[in-house]
Design a protein around this ligand. Structure first.
Ligand SMILES: [Zn+2]
Length: 460
């Protein structure tokens, strides 16, 4: 039975398995699901949410993020000069900051910082979030439930402990962590919190990365994901240093090692994969392994991991915001422009391709044919962009307008599981100002400690 109708000027609907732009259609909802997409006008008295100049799109499926870090790292990694950049950034700044946060944040501060990141994501158009965090931060699920966000939570599992950077610029670890205990915790979490495809919360198995996990642990993680019928996600082929290490330790390239460690297959989402060769990307494509492309995070370091390179190799490639910025449209535009730069052609990384990547491809990666599309039977996760703005008028192609000219502030309505979470650009499920006040104090506390230990770069 119809519970609500969404009306706009355009709907990005589905036809024959692909996306199609419809005009003057209505989206009828039945609770958490889409009931119909039709030209039939709603009957008098029906609950209609109407945006006269609205573009209705599926909500974005964010394939890789760390929402807790959004606030804690804000403004810190940008514009730095370091060599080699990523190992130094990760091991000398970000990991120490994370461990200070793990020790020093009160439960209320952790909640505020997590909420800030999630609110930023929701207002940026994310309606499904695959997010990696540390065991002990399970409040992630409580915050997501309160805000009304659909999530797949993947707490880190790793063999490495006491990680640091060696004098040669390569990371050094003691493998003293009990990854098996962390995996057991993740399995218990799955049994306690996973709601399947009917609810808002799912749990995934999240080994941290190929260099911080030993291959035996990675294979155990894969076995657990297969047994539970869930997603496995991990960081993969992020840096030349990581690949050099795999070569040194195991005598294998990235894809060969991924096969050896059980990291290929339809239920695997590899974050980044930017240092994989074209032949290695073919291996990912042939095995149905998905990639989460987060171009912005790397672009700030002068590294180009463009969406189109993975797509061209035939890999199912979705998009993620990582922990840099949570505006999904900004992420699409960056990876689209980087794609054009990489190939030297304007037709790579098109707006329609990027929206498909951020919706359908993301849903495919998560094994969720009920997400990322507006058609009868799919979950009612959708966005309405208000196109009545000077930077979005006139309209030749509304999809091109939002990707190349739009921003998060154009999202008037965010609906998840049939419920409005943002309406007229305003968050309905929490007090934004209160969240910001507490999160700012929490981040400042962590930054002060880090500054005393001379971990952070100088402030202006
Ligand atoms: Zn990550």
């Amino acid at each position: 039975m119809t519970s609500r109708v969404i009306a706009g000027k355009y709907v990005l609907g589905q036809r024959d398995g692909g996306q199609v732009l419809l005009q003057d259609h209505y989206v009828y909802l039945d609770g958490a699901k889409i009931e119909a997409v039709t030209r039939d006008a709603p009957a008098p008295g029906q609950d209609v949410i109407r945006y006269e100049h609205g573009l209705i799109t599926p909500g974005f499926v964010n394939l890789h993020a760390h929402c807790i870090r959004g606030g804690l790292f804000r403004g810190i990694p940008d514009d730095l000069e370091m060599e080699p950049f990523i190992p130094k950034l990760v091991y000398n700044i970000l990991l120490p900051l994370t461990s200070i946060a793990a020790r020093e944040l009160s439960a209320e501060e952790l909640r505020a910082v997590t909420t800030l990141g999630m609110v930023d994501l929701i207002k940026g158009g994310t309606t499904t979030l695959l997010d990696m965090w540390h065991h002990g931060q399970e409040i992630f699920f409580d915050v997501a439930r309160e805000l009304g966000l659909r999530t797949v939570g993947a707490p880190f599992i790793m063999s490495a402990s006491n990680s640091r950077l060696g004098p040669d610029g390569y990371p050094v670890w003691d493998f003293g962590n009990d990854g098996a205990a962390q995996l057991a915790r993740s399995i218990a979490l799955f049994k306690a919190r996973d709601q399947g495809t009917d609810g808002l919360a799912q749990v995934a198995i999240g080994p941290h990365a190929t260099d911080t996990c030993l291959p035996e642990l990675l294979r155990e993680c894969r076995g657990a994901a297969d047994d539970l019928g869930c997603i496995l996600t991990t960081h993969f082929a992020q840096t030349p240093e990581e690949l050099a290490l795999l070569r040194k330790r195991y005598g294998m390239g990235a894809a060969e090692y991924a096969r050896h460690a059980g990291l290929l297959g339809r239920n695997v989402v590899l974050a980044h994969a930017g240092c994989a060769t074209d032949n290695e990307l073919k291996v990912l494509a042939d095995t149905g392994t998905s990639v989460a492309n987060c171009a912005l995070s790397f672009a700030r370091e002068g590294i180009n991991f463009p969406y189109a390179r993975f797509a061209k190799a035939g890999v199912n490639t979705g998009l993620g915001t990582d922990s840099h910025g949570m505006d999904f449209i900004g992420e699409m535009r960056t990876t689209g422009l980087l794609s054009k730069q990489y190939f030297g052609k304007g037709h790579f990384g098109t707006a329609h391709e990027l929206v498909r990547a951020g919706t359908l491809n993301g849903a495919t990666a998560l094994g969720r044919p009920d997400l990322g599309r507006i058609e009868a039977g799919a979950k009612a996760d959708l966005l309405v962009f208000d196109l009545w703005k000077p930077h979005l008028q006139p309209i030749w192609d509304p999809i091109k307008n939002i990707v190349w000219k739009g921003h998060a502030g154009d999202i008037a309505l965010v609906m998840i599981h049939g419920e409005p979470v943002v309406r007229d650009g305003r968050l309905l499920t929490a007090d934004e100002a209160a969240i910001m006040r507490t999160a700012v104090v929490a981040a400042q506390k962590i930054w002060n400690i880090a500054e005393q230990r001379q971990i952070l770069p100088a402030r202006p």
